[in-house]
Design a protein around this ligand. Structure first.
Ligand SMILES: [Zn+2]
Length: 120
């Protein structure tokens, strides 16, 4: 079993002073119905944002914006958050051509380092 996340989580505080940790994990698909992202309720202990790392760049960008929006504007509806994240990510991706400087997770497999990985 893998201990902890691969990458150390990014941390930030929302304007209510709640600290979130962002982890690149696929949310449990049984529990969250194949969601690509997840934002915990700010009232939970040690709330986290989970982002599925196995997405396209654009998907990851959209998910990140989406989940951060939840963390800052918890009371906003899903419809509002979806519309906001789609608008921002389309602007950044299609209009400004923002891209990651490394390939997406899918293509970063190195054959040499045969680390134990659970295929789920
Ligand atoms: Zn949402």
């Amino acid at each position: 079993m893998r201990k902890g996340p691969k990458r150390p989580g990014f941390k930030f505080k929302n304007t209510k002073g709640i600290e979130y940790e962002v982890l690149f994990y696929k949310p449990n698909k049984k529990v969250y119905d194949h969601a690509v992202g997840l934002c915990h309720d700010p009232d939970e202990k040690d709330p986290k944002i989970l982002i599925d790392p196995y997405q396209t760049d654009q998907g990851e960008l959209n998910t990140a914006i989406h989940e951060f929006a939840h963390a800052f504007f918890w009371d906003k509806s899903e419809t509002d958050v979806v519309a906001f994240a789609n608008a921002v990510s389309r602007f950044l991706y299609n209009e400004c051509k923002w891209r990651k400087s490394r390939p997406p997770a899918k293509t970063t497999k190195k054959k040499k380092s045969a680390k134990k990985r659970k295929k789920t």
